[in-house]
Design a protein around this ligand. Structure first.
Ligand SMILES: [Zn+2]
Length: 95
């Protein structure tokens, strides 16, 4: 049985080594962000989260604008729906 336990020991030490390696690999990647447009690495405190490429800046501002428009619409549509309901209750059903 001595041979078997030696083999087990070898395997265990191998597994340990691999585990330690993967841990150090994870640690070796410094904290960073990616440009939201082209995915290139940028500074972690970059704001807006884009690289220095003017094309990315243009695309980002375009995206931002359409996002703002969308959020405005998200407020306006329910407001109109509520207004219609109120008009229906107060004016339509009365006389
Ligand atoms: Zn970019």
């Amino acid at each position: 049985m001595a041979k078997g336990s030696k083999m087990a020991e070898k395997i265990r030490s191998n597994v340990d080594r691999v585990r330690k390696q993967s841990k150090t690999d994870l640690k070796s990647v410094p904290p960073h962000r990616h440009c939201v447009i082209c995915r290139s690495v940028i500074r972690i405190d970059a704001d807006p989260p884009i690289c220095s490429n003017p094309e990315c800046l243009a695309k980002h501002s375009k995206n931002e604008r359409s996002r703002k428009q969308l959020s405005v619409l998200m407020y306006i549509f329910p407001a109109i729906a509520v207004l219609l309901v109120i008009l229906n209750v107060t004016g339509g059903g009365g006389v």
